[in-house]
Ligand binder design. Structure first.
Ligand code: IFM
Length: 461
């Protein structure tokens, strides 16, 4: 862990003289993902994804919610782009729904699905907003799950073929590509904790999935590099300090194990060429000669998602010997109870810079809340503004201290389907009234717009 910065450097970060610290090319954006906002799950030939079925299993998702309608972004994308314009972002990160463009995950492409992403990209470019595509944000085609999903090594070539389809269709207009979003989340939650599909608890499958996702990443990087001129490629990792809930040796060991799985199991092999020691044994049965070279393909940047620190405790009965724990009771928290610790964000950026040596884009950061409009129809989300102000301040501090951070994307543009929490937890800068699909920009949307404007003025002055 990087030690706290000297006070004089932090004061300097606030002084007008270093106002240009983020530079003219710094990217201010917003992020979303397909299953969380698109809806239209049966429109125009989209195939089923693993999340469609998972949401239908009683007890999996709060209130029995599903992504069937979500924010109906599939039909309302133009209105959503207009909202991005109002906020003033220069970039929009979204994901492609694999089953929308390849209903069975492989084989025949769905022209109507591809045409949707054509329209989206063209509209973004017309609005002067750069599209950032993430190929995989958890919605595996159901047909591929039935063929073994991430546990079947063939998934590597299925994913490479999917990457080729997207590259060939959109690569004339899109240059920014991420292979995966938060691979540790969907592998760990899907193959160990039961919170994501396929909701199985099997160590061998977990390690197979981890290794195949890493191989699929490497294969997709090669495809994108070969087929998209001037591509700028990375992957998006959730990186959060993993802390023991008590200062005991077993809890410390649990936090170290969680750290290896959560923070290192993907960026380490992808960027440094090997797995953390604690994971190597589990990977061994799935590893073939040449695999580490296939995984470690040159990338242009490191994508980081960060919200708060995580806590672990020892649990000998748990599949990996650790369990999740709550943050200590006395820490500052967001409205949905996540710890607020901007210094941990600053240190995460500095640590990642030191460890991986790549330019960094923060591709998700934000705060969840349970919200509804007040009597005047407004959403005065001061706690979110406070969170964003503290975290963008921490980002600036990290830059002053040497982190090469080149962009910041708020999660999320819109309230959306928050996986197991359904629609109860809202992360948007823009409120979505789901029954009417009316969008209402929150106070935080105006705050973010003002921040972007003032940063632009600092750069110009
Ligand atoms: O909504 C999610 C997103 O899909 C992945 N990163 C964390 C967000 C908030 O939980």
């Amino acid at each position: 862990m990087v030690s706290p910065p000297p006070v004089e450097k932090l004061q300097a970060a606030e002084a007008p003289l270093v106002a240009k610290v983020l530079g003219p090319d710094f990217v201010w954006g917003v992020s979303t993902s397909a299953y969380q906002i698109e809806g239209a799950v049966q429109a125009d030939g989209r195939g089923a994804s693993v999340w469609d079925g998972f949401c239908r299993v009683a007890g999996r998702i709060a209130n029995g919610d599903t992504g069937d309608e979500a924010c109906d972004h599939y039909h309302r994308y133009a209105e959503d782009i207009a909202l991005m314009q109002q906020i003033g972002v220069s970039a929009y990160r979204f994901s492609i729904a694999w089953p929308r463009v390849l209903p069975l995950g492989r084989g025949a492409a769905n022209e109507a699905g591809l045409a949707f992403y054509d329209r989206l990209v063209d509209r973004l470019l017309a609005a002067d907003i750069e599209p950032w595509i993430c190929l995989y944000h958890w919605d595996l085609p159901q047909a591929l799950q039935e063929a073994g999903g991430w546990v079947n090594r063939d998934v590597v070539s299925w994913f490479a073929d999917y990457a080729r389809l997207v590259a060939d269709r959109l690569g004339d207009r899109v240059k920014r590509f991420a292979t995966f979003n938060e691979p540790s989340v969907f592998t760990l939650f899907g193959y160990s904790f039961g919170w994501h599909p396929p909701a199985i608890d099997d160590r061998r499958s977990l390690y197979a999935a981890v290794h195949h996702v890493n191989l699929a990443h490497g294969a997709a990087v090669d495809v994108l590099r070969a087929r998209v001129a001037k591509a700028s490629i990375g992957a998006i990792h959730n990186v959060q300090p993993s802390r023991p809930v008590r200062p005991t040796a077993p809890d410390r060991a649990a936090a170290a194990m969680l750290d290896d799985f959560w923070n290192r199991a993907f960026p380490d092999p992808q960027i440094l060429g090997d797995y953390p020691t604690s994971i190597q044994r589990g990977i061994e049965p799935h590893r073939q000669a040449g695999d580490m070279e296939r995984i470690r393909r040159p990338v242009d940047w490191l994508g980081i998602n960060h919200y708060s620190p995580i806590y672990a405790k020892a649990d000998p009965a748990a599949p990996l010997g650790f369990a999740w724990a709550d943050a200590p009771p006395d820490v500052p928290r967001s409205p949905i109870g996540w710890q607020v610790d901007p210094a941990a964000f600053r240190d995460t950026l500095l640590d990642a810079q030191e460890r991986y040596g790549l330019p960094i884009y923060v591709l998700e950061n934000g705060a969840g809340a349970v919200e509804k409009p007040d009597a005047a129809g407004e959403i005065d989300d001061r706690e979110r503004i406070d969170y964003l102000a503290q975290y963008t301040g921490a980002l600036r501090d990290a830059v002053v201290l040497g982190a090469d951070v080149r962009g910041y994307f708020v999660w999320s543009l819109l309230d959306n389907f928050e996986w197991g929490a359904g629609y109860a937890n809202r992360f948007g800068l823009v409120y979505v009234d789901y029954p009417t699909q009316r969008r209402i920009p929150k106070a935080s949307a105006r705050w973010y717009a003002a921040l972007i404007r003032s940063e632009a003025m600092k750069v110009a002055s």
